[in-house]
Structure formats: structure tokens, C-alpha cells
Ligand binder design. Structure first.
Ligand code: KIV
Ligand code: ZN
Length: 511
């Protein structure tokens, strides 16, 4: 029997720290339910002390999940721990995750504390958390740049105080795999009571080494990996769940370790994460990128046709990427739609199905084949999005080689219809200018990208925009067979997300 590695998913906490990735409570809950279906052992739902919105989202998730542990992050302070416990206490399996930095640079410049004071704070925090629940995790922030004997001392004290899991983060993504594996081995052999706890690792990807470092740590004895879907997270991101899980799955001779992950849920979870956060997966991303299983070179295509294993080390079906997708068309009924959505993980109420069915029929009139990605886009737009202030009611664009591009737009703004028209350098510019005027938008458009969700000229266009206003950054996404409409939807979605951020401020606590 292979040994078990526990998967701790922090997409909703560290992943949410990706610039512009903020999700509302309904979106977080939807993703949390998919992560439970995926089989993650622990789900870090948020940082409850960060904002009331974060607290509420964590509390909702805690009440809903049945089998997955739900963790709330807390600095090593009573107030933060109370807040985290307040949010997770109703979970079937709650966990408090408390942390303090242990590297000299953090002690001197950030915390202004001595090593003895840090040990004391860590012990007090773990002890207090332990008085609330048996399930306490302790993290030594910037662990990879900490003095290794001090690290062992802090871990020993935290375990003695009741931590069930001790986590060693490579907070700034500085470690090199060989070095990180050696550090894990050192901690395993120089922390006298380490056998009473699970050693976890949490890597960031600043040097593109997060997965390699995590695997080196697992080889050296770590048994919990902290990861995010698609590797999203602070700066260059976190270790990606799919890369670690599929490495263990694909190379059992070298890494004889198993996880609880249902690998066929990897691709649907990746898509959902991208849809909800608005963060596009780069096409060449390992495992879940659009090109991960695409063979371009003739010699490769020939080999794959003769035997897929000539050039494929994993089967796409293993991650839930179905080559023979069920295609729905305009004659497909409500029943077929419901059962396909169910297979994709969307168990909708009758009312939600009605909304999706109407949009599905509209799309099927424009596009012969409606594939899974189209359905996901419809569900994300129609069901999962926040209650919008701005809703697109009507868009008409005139453009061409001999006319000045012009857009007429009608929006609902807080339930009241407003309309206007405007010009631009191109049809999208004209639409954005008009929408901007109608919504009194003051945001700056930082990024605009168009992606075809599926192949063919009738493919749904998926547009992502990044908007910035007074230091707030929001991503907006829109999908439609018409890319001008998709762009308008993305812009309006970004404006709605900015409004949401303005009314749900996050007092980013000093970590
Ligand atoms: O990167 C980090 O150190 C963290 C800790 C809070 C675990 O995210
Ligand atoms: Zn982190």
C-alpha cells in the first residue's frame, strides 16, 4: 500500500490573493463544493479576520461541506484565532490554521520581535486554538529562509502546544528542490516530536519551482501539500494541485504516494476556477492548459494515432478531459441538458435550469454544436455571478471600412434602464466608451484579451478585462459567439466586480 499525501487546497485563500481574483461568497461556495467533489482533504476557505465578507464566505462554506476539513487562517493572535474559529466552528471538520514568521529578516523588520518572543507567541496561539478545537495547524512563515535549528525549535514547541500539522512554507518562492528536500529531511530528523504531527509544505512559484520543491519535500517525508487549482496565488502563484497530484499518479515507481483526489474532476475544477476568478489558464500550462494534450507536429500526430502512449504520458480522460464530448444542439431538450450539466458538476434547481435552458436555446440557434465549455460559460454568466448593478439589455454596433464605429447601448443600472450612443476607434472601443459614459466609470482598462473557448469560426469568444480604480483591481469575463458582445459583457462584469469590491473592502491585514 502506498503512503498517503494529504492535499490542502488554498485556492480560496492564497489563490484569492492573486491580483484581481477576488470572488464573492456565492462563487466561493460553488468552488468549495467542487473542491469537495474533487476530493481535497482540507480546504482553506479564507482569512476570516481580513474582512466581514471573508468571514461570511468561510462560515457559509463551513456549514455546507460534509467530508472535507474546512480551515480558517489566523495570525498568531487571540483576536484572529477567535475570528477564524467563529467562521469554521460549524464545519463537520473544522481546522484553525495559525501562523507567524520565523526568518530573521521578518523578525527584525516586520515583527520587531526576538526569537524567544516568536516561540512564545507561536505556543500561545497554538495553545489557544487547541482550546477551541483539536485540529490545529501551525505555519512558520518564510520557513525556507529561517535558521533551520530555530525552525525545529518552533515546530517542536508548536507540536508540544497541540499542533497536529506543522507547515513549512517557501513564502517567497526562493528554495531550490535539492535544498528544500534537505531542509525537510533536517526538520524530520531534528524535531524530536515530529512523529506526533504531519509535516506540510506550502510553496510559492517565484522561480517556477513550486511543484518541484513540493515533490522534493514529499520525497523527504512531508505528507501534506498545500496547493491551489491552476497554481493561482500571490505573485507568481502557489504550487498547482494538478501538477503535484498527476506527478504522483503518473510516476508511482518513483513517488509511491497516493492522494484522495478524483483525477477526473481536475479539468472541470480547473475550468470552474478560471471561470469564477477570471484568471485565464495559459495554453501551455501543464495538465490543464488548452495545449497540454494537443499534438501539432505531424510525426507526433502519427504516433498518437497509432498508439496514444507514444507521446502522451497521461490519458486526457484521467483528468476529466473527454475527447468524445457529448455535443448538444438546438433539438436537445431540457432533460439532456440537465443530465449533461449534472455530469459537469452543476446540480441546478428547476429555476436555475430554466435560466440556463433559455440561454442554451439562444446559443444553439446561433451555433450548431454546444459543447461543455459553452455550457460552463452559460452557467457561470447566468447563475454564478454576483447580483449585478449593471446589466446589459441591448447592444447595437455599426462598424466597417467606411464608417466611423458607433455603439448604441441600453443598460439596466440598479433596475433602471438607461441608454446612450458613442463613437470609438473600433467597435469595441465604441461599446466601451458608451458603457463607460452610462455607468460613470472611472476605472482604467489595464488588460483586454480574447480567447476562443472552442475551435471553429462559430466558437464562443471568451473575453477577459482587468480594470483598476483607486488601487482596486477587478477582472471581468464575458462569453458570447459575438466577440463585441462578449467584450461588452466582460467590461460590464468587471465594473460590477469593482462595485462589489468598493462595497466589501478587504482590510488586507499585515501578514
Ligand atoms: O506563503 C505563506 O507563507 C503563507 C502562510 C500564511 C502559510 O501563505
Ligand atoms: Zn502562501
Amino acid at each position: 500500500m502506498s503512503e498517503r499525501v494529504y492535499i490542502f487546497d488554498t485556492t480560496l485563500r492564497d489563490g484569492e490573493q492573486s491580483p484581481g481574483a477576488s470572488m464573492n461568497a456565492a462563487e466561493k461556495l460553488r468552488l468549495a463544493m467542487q473542491l469537495e467533489k474533487l476530493g481535497v482533504d482540507v480546504l482553506e476557505a479564507g482569512f476570516p479576520a481580513a474582512s466581514d465578507g471573508d468571514f461570511d464566505a468561510v462560515a457559509q462554506i463551513a456549514k455546507r461541506l460534509k467530508t472535507t476539513e474546512v480551515a480558517g487562517l489566523a495570525r498568531a493572535s487571540k483576536a484572529d484565532i477567535d475570528r477564524a474559529w467563529g467562521a469554521v466552528q460549524h464545519a463537520a471538520k473544522p481546522r484553525i490554521h495559525t501562523f507567524i514568521a520565523t526568518s530573521d529578516i521578518h523578525l527584525e523588520y516586520k515583527l520587531k520581535m526576538t526569537r524567544d518572543e516568536v516561540v512564545k507567541a507561536a505556543v500561545e496561539a497554538v495553545r489557544y486554538a487547541k482550546s477551541l478545537t483539536d485540529n490545529v495547524e501551525f505555519s512558520s512563515e518564510d520557513g525556507s529562509r529561517s535558521d533551520r535549528d530555530f525552525l525545529c525549535r518552533v515546530f517542536e514547541a508548536a507540536i508540544e502546544a497541540g499542533a497536529r500539522v506543522v507547515n513549512l512554507p517557501d513564502t517567497v518562492g526562493y528554495a531550490i528542490p535539492e535544498e528544500f528536500g534537505a531542509l525537510v529531511k533536517y526538520v524530520m530528523t531534528h524535531t524530536p516530536n515530529i512523529h506526533k504531527a504531519i509535516l506540510s509544505v506550502h510553496c510559492h512559484n517565484d522561480l517556477g519551482l513550486a511543484t518541484a520543491n513540493t515533490l522534493a519535500a514529499i520525497s523527504a517525508g512531508a505528507r501534506q501539500a498545500e496547493v491551489t487549482i491552476n497554481g493561482i496565488g500571490e505573485r507568481a502563484g502557489n504550487t498547482s494541485l494538478e501538477e503535484v497530484v498527476m506527478s504522483l499518479h503518473t510516476r508511482p515507481n518513483y513517488l509511491p504516494m497516493s492522494t484522495n483526489i478524483k483525477t477526473e474532476e481536475i479539468y472541470p475544477t480547473s475550468r470552474l476556477t478560471s471561470m469564477i476568478t477570471g484568471i485565464i489558464v495559459q495554453p501551455n500550462k501543464a495538465i490543464v492548459g488548452a495545449n497540454a494534450f494537443a499534438h501539432e507536429a505531424g510525426i507526433h500526430q502519427d504516433g498518437v494515432l497509432k498508439n496514444p502512449m507514444t507521446y502522451e504520458i497521461m490519458k486526457p480522460e484521467t483528468i476529466g478531459l473527454n475527447r468524445n464530448k457529448l455535443v448538444l444542439g438546438k433539438h436537445s431538450g431540457r432533460h439532456a441538458l440537465r443530465s449533461r450539466l449534472k455530469e459537469l458538476g452543476y446540480d441546478l434547481s428547476d429555476e436555475e435550469l430554466n435560466i440556463v435552458f433559455t440561454k442554451f436555446k439562444e446559443l444553439a440557434d446561433k451555433k450548431k454544436h454546444v459543447v461543455d465549455e459553452d455550457l460552463e460559460a452559460i452557467v457561470t454568466e447566468g447563475i454564478l455571478r454576483i447580483a449585478d448593478i449593471f446589466i446589459l439589455e441591448y447592444l447595437h454596433v455599426i462598424s466597417g471600412t467606411t464608417v466611423m464605429p458607433m455603439a448604441s447601448v441600453q443598460l439596466s443600472v440598479n433596475g433602471r434602464s438607461v441608454k446612450g450612443a458613442g463613437y470609438g476607434n473600433g467597435p469595441i472601443d465604441a461599446a466601451f466608451n458608451t458603457i463607460g459614459k452610462l455607468t460613470n466609470a472611472e476605472s482604467e482598462l489595464m488588460r483586454f484579451s480574447v480567447n476562443a473557448i472552442t475551435g471553429g469560426t462559430d466558437a464562443m469568444g471568451e473575453v477577459t478585462v482587468r480594470l483598476k480604480e483607486n488601487g482596486l483591481v477587478a477582472l471581468g469575463k464575458g462569453a458570447d459567439p459575438d466577440i463585441i458582445t462578449a467584450s461588452a459583457k466582460a467590461y460590464i462584469n468587471g465594473l460590477n466586480r469593482l462595485e462589489y469590491l468598493k462595497s466589501h473592502p478587504v482590510q488586507s491585514p499585515q501578514m
